[in-house]
Design a protein around this ligand. Structure first.
Ligand code: GDP
Length: 310
């Protein structure tokens, strides 16, 4: 079993490559849920849905989130009723949120519901939320704590951030099977998701950092930073906020003690030595996933690299 830790759109690119490279039921994806939100009375789990839709082959090809060819009639009506419509949820996507909310209200857990969603979408990978508890990333902007989607979607992550917190994390526990999957994994891949907004919340769930730190299998990460900035989004700025440089070396620093190897882009070859000096193995390759072929190639290189470390 290979375990991947993943956020949303960016990380799903590599996860779908892993899914296509491995026997389908030998992949477990532990997904960030600190971006989850409650809107219009519905429980929305954007990263879980992005991973599930991507693995099912139904994610929107242009943006990576939502469902291909979805319509937005429900959202248009909600806007006519005066409800906020800045968080874009298509009609089919909304059905997932209705199902999730309905089942949660019946007392079922997010992990059990996610398994049902994956099964209905014929996704054979094990897609698991990091926790069944509620955790909410908040960002301090202009002396005001913003909810994650308010910062990321409504304000288009354009504001300088002064601090990040994962609200409720101290009361969270890993979803069932997450620790066992990590303990029994053949290798663990921290995919190229945003370290601060996607991977660190997973690691902050009590018990998960320790489980990965003590895992006996090889653990590798793919750098989301190429050159001096993230390929997409605010990862670079947020890395600096945590005191790490916005570079592949900064990623090595942020994951110190949790990984044995780091995959960096060919453009960052000059940093290879500094990262090796931190005790990590390095694979220097083309990490830009422009198309399906790139995703599968990088995924199989990541697995080969991890296996070479065992
Ligand atoms: P998102 O914020 O919903 O896209 O979710 P994630 O946290 O999973 O992914 C965001 C991260 O993916 C960003 O920090 C990007 O730099 C990174 N990323 C996106 N595309 C690529 C790519 O093709 N290669 C690499 N190495 N990183 C990428």
């Amino acid at each position: 079993m290979i375990v991947a830790l993943c956020g949303g759109v960016g990380g799903s690119k590599l996860v779908v490559g892993l899914y296509k490279t491995l026997p389908p039921d030998s992949l477990t994806v532990v997904v960030n849920t600190a971006d989850d939100l409650k809107l219009w009375g519905l429980n929305i789990s954007p990263d879980l849905d992005t991973v599930s839709y991507t693995l099912a082959g139904i994610a929107r090809r242009d943006v990576g989130w939502g469902i291909e060819d979805d319509t937005f009639h429900a959202l248009e009506m909600l806007a006519r009723f005066g409800l906020p419509a800045w968080f874009r949820v298509g009609d089919r996507d909304l059905a997932t949120d209705i199902f999730r909310t309905h089942e949660l209200r019946r007392g079922r857990t997010l992990s059990a519901i996610t398994a049902d969603i994956c099964s209905a979408l014929a996704v054979r990978a094990h897609v698991v939320p990091m926790t069944d508890s509620s955790v909410s990333t908040r960002l301090l902007v202009d002396s005001q704590w913003l909810n994650f989607q308010d910062y990321f979607v409504r304000r288009r992550h354009s504001d300088p951030v002064d601090a990040v917190q994962y609200g409720g994390i101290e009361h969270a526990s890993p979803a069932p099977s997450v620790v066992d999957s990590i303990t029994q994994a053949e290798c663990i891949v921290l995919v190229n998701s945003n370290p601060v907004l996607s991977i660190l919340p997973i690691l902050a769930v009590p018990g998960l950092r320790e489980a990965i730190a003590h895992a006996s299998c090889p653990r590798v990460a793919v750098s989301p930073i190429v050159g001096t900035d993230a390929v997409t989004g605010p990862a670079g700025e947020l890395m600096r906020l945590l005191g790490h440089p916005s570079s592949a070396t900064g990623v090595a620093e942020a994951y110190q003690g949790l990984i044995d190897g780091l995959i960096i882009d060919v453009q960052d070859r000059i940093q290879e030595r500094a990262i090796r000096d931190r005790g990590l193995a390095v694979l220097c390759t083309d990490t830009l996933m422009r198309n399906e072929q790139d995703r599968v190639r990088l995924a199989s290189e990541a697995i080969g690299f991890a296996r070479s470390l065992s």
